[in-house]
Ligand binder design. Sequence first.
Ligand code: MN
Length: 225
Amino acid sequence: MENFVNELLPFNCFCIFDYIHSKQEKMSFELPKLPYAYDALEPHIDARTMEIHHSKHHNGYTTNLNNAIAGTDLEGKSIEDILNACTDMPAVRNNGGGYWNHSLFWSIMSPNGGGTPSGDLGSAIDSAFGSFSNFKDEFTKAAGTRFGSGWAWLCVVDGKLEVCSTANQDNPKMNIGCAGTPILGLDVWEHAYYLNYQNRRPDYINAFFNVINWEQVATNFSDAK
Ligand code: MN
């Protein structure tokens, strides 16, 4: 405490605020705002689940990520760099993944979502999977067969599309056997669906297809190619 006060003494009041701000600036991960209301995805995803999922779970990952990197070499790094370097640091791996995965998840859903993608993304899905219907089957299988908690992903790998799944809050960017850049992800932790769907994960997966924001996924695709 004494050192801290001594450090501040030569500064005028505005400099003190700058100094304190610079100390806080490195802990920069913030909970992203939801781009729609908690009840906007009903009846497919209920408001109570969305509120707890965003304001408690995602908020917790964000806070715990900031705490886990504070004072380490990872402080101040981008989330992509952190995901690349965190596999032997469980707290960073779990919370960094949780932070990134949910940030993607909210953005690829919309109350105006659903349907099928067109344009470059639609063509890429047809060429990788044969048809949109085949893609939906493969993604549904990846999400449905993930034992316990995890995620299903649609990733760009060397310019092509692939489906895979990861456990817990892992992410393909961690180089853990499921490669590429995720452009679409589905949270299959029970906290994502249990209030409304209980043990009926397949119903939740099916409902998710009614809220997918394909416009955002197409943007993610062109950014990742
Ligand atoms: Mn979640």
